[in-house]
Design a protein around this ligand. Structure first.
Ligand SMILES: NC(=O)C1=CN([C@@H]2O[C@H](COP(=O)(O)OP(=O)(O)OC[C@H]3O[C@@H](n4cnc5c(N)ncnc54)[C@H](O)[C@@H]3O)[C@@H](O)[C@H]2O)[C@@H](O)CC1
Ligand SMILES: [K+]
Length: 460
C-alpha cells in the first residue's frame, strides 16, 4: 500500500524521531537518498552539471546537502539562493565539497535542476524570484525535493505558479499532493526515501498490485455459483441499450458467480446475444443501477433499494442518490455529476478533487468514487484511496458503464463498498492499460482485458 500523510502527521513523527537522533542526522538521511536518486537519473556523476534552486527552509537544506554529496562524486554543482537566508549548514557543506553559489541568469548546459525552493513548510504559489529563476532553466529535467514547490501539499490543489517535476523524491511517507490531482500531475515519477518515521494510519492511500491481489475474492473449494455472489444489473433502456451491454460486460468479469439482467426487454435480447451466461430477474447480492436508464432511473433505484443489498449508483440514478443514504452503496460520479450532486461548479470539483469527494461521501453517507485521471474513492469518515492505474486512452464513452458493473460484481462477492470501489477502480485502470498497449481502445476492450488481468493477480 502506498500511504500519504498530512503535513501535521509528518511533523509530529519527525519531532519524535529528531528527539532520538543526533542533530542533522535526519536531514543527512534525506539528502543522501535525494543525491542517489539524482545520480541514478544522471547515469553517473563525473562531468555532469546540476543546479540547485534553494529556498530559506529545510527543503533547501536537503538540496544543499545532496548537492555536497553530488559534488564529491564529480558533479559540477551550482546553487541559486532564492531567499535572503538559506540553510547555513547546507551552504557550508556545499562549499566544502567544491560546489559554488551562483546568481540567477542564463546558464550553459545543465543536466538536472533540483527544486529545493519549498517543501512541506511552503505556502502555495511561487514568489516572482523563483518564477524568474525557473524561466532561466526551462526544458531542463527537474527533480523536486519532497514536493514540487508551489503546490498545496495537503489538498493537491494548485492555485498559483508551481514547479513541474520529472521526478519527486520524498521522505518518510508520501504526501497528499503526490496522489491527488492536479498537484499529482506536477510530481512526475515518485521515489520514496525511508528516513525511519513512525507514522499513524494514513488518511489517503493508493492500492498497489499486491494489495489488490490480497483483496480479490477467490472461490472456496466447495463454491457454487450462489455462494460466490450474484450481481444484478438494472441499467440501459430502449434508447440506450449499449449501456446495458457494457455494464453487464463489467459485471461478467468472472468474479461473481452469476450475473442477472433486470431491465428493458429490448436490451435483454442484446445482452443475451452477447453474454449467453447472463440470466433474468431474481435474488442478487448487489445491484448496479443507472447507466443509460433514461427516465427509468428512479424506479430502478427504488426497486434495488427495496432489496436491501449494496448498490452501485451510477449516471442517471445519481440524481436520486438520496434514496441510498446510510445504506451500503457506491456512488460513481464524474466531476460534472458530482458538481450537480453538491450544487457547485465543475471547476471547483476539478480544483479540489479530494475535498469534494469527501464532502459528497459525508453528505450522502455513502462511498463516493469520483472518476478522473486519478480517481478518488472516499468514505463518509474521510478516509480515501486514490487510483493511480490507468491511461489517457481510458477517457472513452462507456468506460464508466464497465466500471459500474465491475464494482457491482465485487460488492456481490462480499467486499465492503470502500474495498469494492477502490479495487474495481484499480482493476479498471490496469485493464485499460493492458488493453491499450499505448494505442486507442473502446470500453468493451477494457472489459475484455479483465479476465487476463485477474488471472495474473489471482495466481500471484
Ligand atoms: N519533516 C521531516 O520529516 C523532514 C523534513 N525534511 C525537509 O524539510 C522540509 C520542510 O522544511 P521547513 O519546515 O523548513 O519548510 P520548507 O523548507 O518547506 O519551507 C519553509 C520556508 O519557506 C518559506 N516559504 C513559505 N512559503 C514560501 C513560498 N511560497 N515561496 C518561498 N518561500 C516560502 C518560509 O518562510 C520558510 O522559511 C521538508 O519538505 C523536507 O524537504 C528533511 O530534511 C528530512 C525530514
Ligand atoms: K521542493
Amino acid at each position: 500500500m502506498l500511504r500519504a500523510h498530512t503535513v501535521e502527521q509528518v511533523r509530529t513523527a519527525e519531532a519524535a524521531l529528531l528527539a532520538r537522533l543526533p542533530e542533522g542526522a535526519l536531514m543527512q538521511r534525506a539528502a543522501a537518498g535525494l543525491a542517489y536518486a539524482v545520480l541514478d537519473l544522471l547515469g553517473g556523476g563525473y562531468g555532469r552539471r546540476v543546479l540547485l534552486l534553494v529556498g530559506s527552509g529545510d527543503n533547501g537544506g536537503d538540496a544543499l546537502h545532496a548537492g555536497a554529496v553530488l559534488a564529491r562524486r564529480g558533479v559540477q554543482v551550482e546553487a541559486w539562493l532564492l531567499s535572503s537566508s538559506a540553510h547555513e549548514g547546507g551552504v557550508a557543506a556545499l562549499r566544502g565539497a567544491g560546489g559554488r553559489i551562483g546568481t540567477p541568469g542564463p546558464t550553459g548546459r545543465l543536466d538536472v535542476v533540483v527544486d529545493g525552493i519549498v517543501g512541506i513548510g511552503g505556502r502555495p504559489g511561487l514568489r516572482p524570484d523563483a518564477v524568474a529563476a525557473l524561466a532561466h532553466v526551462a526544458g531542463v529535467p527537474v527533480v523536486a525535493v519532497d514536493t514540487p514547490s508551489g503546490v498545496d501539499v495537503d489538498t493537491g490543489e494548485i492555485s498559483g505558479s508551481h514547479v513541474t517535476a520529472d521526478l519527486t523524491v520524498t521522505f518518510g511517507t508520501h504526501k497528499v499532493c503526490h496522489l491527488v490531482d492536479p498537484a499529482a500531475q506536477a510530481c512526475g515519477a515518485l521515489q520514496l526515501v525511508d528516513i525511519g518515521l513512525d507514522l499513524p494510519e494514513a488518511p489517503v492511500e493508493a492500492l498497489q498490485a499486491a494489495d489488490v491481489a490480497a483483496l480479490l475474492p477467490r472461490p472456496a473449494a466447495d463454491a457454487h455459483k450462489y455462494t460466490r455472489g450474484v450481481v444484478g444489473v438494472r441499467s440501459g433502456s430502449a434508447a440506450y441499450p449499449g449501456a446495458a451491454l457494457l455494464s453487464v460486460a463489467g459485471a461478467a468479469c468472472g468474479l461473481a458467480g452469476m450475473v442477472r439482467y433486470d431491465g428493458d426487454p429490448a436490451a435483454l435480447d442484446l445482452v443475451r446475444a452477447a453474454h449467453p451466461e447472463v440470466v433474468g430477474p431474481g435474488r442478487v447480492q448487489a445491484w448496479v443501477v443507472g447507466s443509460g436508464s433514461d427516465d427509468g432511473a428512479e424506479d430502478a433505484l427504488r426497486a434495488a433499494v427495496a432489496d436491501g443489498v449494496p448498490i452501485v449508483v451510477d449516471a442517471d440514478a445519481l440524481a436520486f442518490a438520496r434514496l441510498t443514504r446510510g445504506r451500503p452503496a457506491v456512488l460513481t460520479p464524474h466531476a460534472g455529476e458530482l458538481a450537480r450532486l453538491l450544487g457547485v461548479e465543475r471547476a471547483d470539483v476539478e480544483a479540489r478533487w479530494l475535498e469534494h469527494a469527501r464532502r459528497a461521501a459525508r453528505e450522502h453517507d455513502a462511498v463516493v468514487l469520483l472518476k478522473g485521471r486519478h480517481t478518488v474513492v472516499a468514505r463518509p469518515d474521510g478516509r480515501a484511496r486514490v487510483t493511480t492505474t490507468g491511461t489517457p486512452w481510458l477517457a472513452t464513452a462507456g468506460a464508466g458503464d464497465v466500471l459500474g458493473g465491475l464494482v457491482g460484481a465485487l460488492l456481490a462477492t462480499g467486499l465492503d463498498p470502500f474495498d469494492a470501489a477502490s479495487v474495481g477502480s484499480w482493476l479498471h485502470g490496469a485493464a485499460a492499460t493492458l488493453a491499450a498497449q499505448d494505442g486507442p481502445i473502446v470500453a468493451s476492450d477494457v472489459a475484455a482485458a479483465l479476465p487476463d488481468l485477474l488471472a495474473t493477480l489471482t495466481t500471484r
